[in-house]
Design a binder for this molecule. Structure first.
Ligand code: ZN
Length: 81
């Protein structure tokens, strides 16, 4: 099973040089290797994603950004002119 998935991923990488597959729910957290959970993404962006967001799921990242947005709107650094 694992070998089969690996071969599929390698095929995808060959078709799209410079990109690889990101799991929206990380495999380490039970994410599957299916279409709904996979995103082809530039390798540099993929590495940056994990540096910033670690193993958070897409839903958790969206919720985090929404919290930051709400926080920012309630805590402006300067008063509006
Ligand atoms: Zn990833």
């Amino acid at each position: 099973m694992f070998r089969k998935r690996n071969r599929w991923q390698k095929t995808q990488n060959r078709r799209r040089p410079g990109r690889n597959l990101h799991h929206l729910l990380p495999r380490a957290r039970g994410g599957k290797n299916n279409d709904r959970n996979l995103l082809l993404i530039d390798i540099e962006k993929h590495e940056a994603w994990h540096r910033i967001f670690g193993l958070r799921s897409l839903g958790e990242v969206i919720a985090l950004l929404q919290r930051l947005d709400r926080m920012k709107r309630h805590q402006p650094l300067r008063k509006a002119a």
